[in-house]
Design a protein around this ligand. Structure first.
Ligand SMILES: [Zn+2]
Length: 180
């Protein structure tokens, strides 16, 4: 079972405001100008919403990083930011030991069952296996061989980064926020 609780993490960050609000197209937003995270209330509460918050907190921590700066300057692909956020999120939720322990505890190799046991979404588990560090390549390959995906991992992930502030009419309109 994962020990990472993104809601506690967010509460301990006194310079970040987290709101749960209707967002139609995306699971979550990070608005660096306001230091505001918005999580879509259209997602089920529980592991799905927690994963969305953890993902946005990863974006917060990637501010100022080489990958984010390069993408904003147009010299790197914005999808690199997404990959970095997904990598960081999956690492916060799961160590490789957690995955091995989960397999031992449940005697299941099914990725979806394993993710449920570990308290994460299948996407988080799949991302943890997908984004290996150089020094854990062999161990990751071992885990990747073990875990079976009998059902497709649904990746309807969409995430918004809005550099303009929430007060901007364009941003406000996209959020559906009932702000006067
Ligand atoms: Zn993202």
């Amino acid at each position: 079972m994962t020990e990472y609780n993104p809601w506690s993490d967010a509460r301990n960050r006194h310079d970040i405001i987290v709101g749960v609000t209707p967002l139609i197209d995306e699971q979550g937003w990070w608005l660096p100008a306001d230091r505001v995270i918005l999580i879509s209330e259209l997602q089920p509460a529980g592991v799905v919403r927690s994963a969305a918050l953890a993902h946005q907190l990863a974006h917060v921590d990637l501010e100022g990083s080489f990958v984010v700066e390069s993408a904003r300057e147009g010299v790197a692909n914005p999808s690199d930011i997404e990959a970095a956020a997904r990598r960081l999120t999956s690492r916060r939720f799961l160590s490789l030991a957690d995955i091995y322990d989960g397999i031992a505890d449940t005697a299941t190799l099914d990725g979806h069952e394993l993710a449920a046991h570990l308290g994460v979404t299948p996407v988080v588990l799949a991302d943890r296996i997908r984004y290996a560090d150089d020094d854990e390549g062999a161990a990751i390959a071992d885990v990747a061989r073990l875990v079976e995906w009998t059902d497709t991992v649904v990746e309807r992930w969409a995430c918004g980064q809005h550099l303009r502030p929430l007060s901007d009419p364009h941003v406000k309109a996209r959020s559906m926020l009932m702000v006067a």
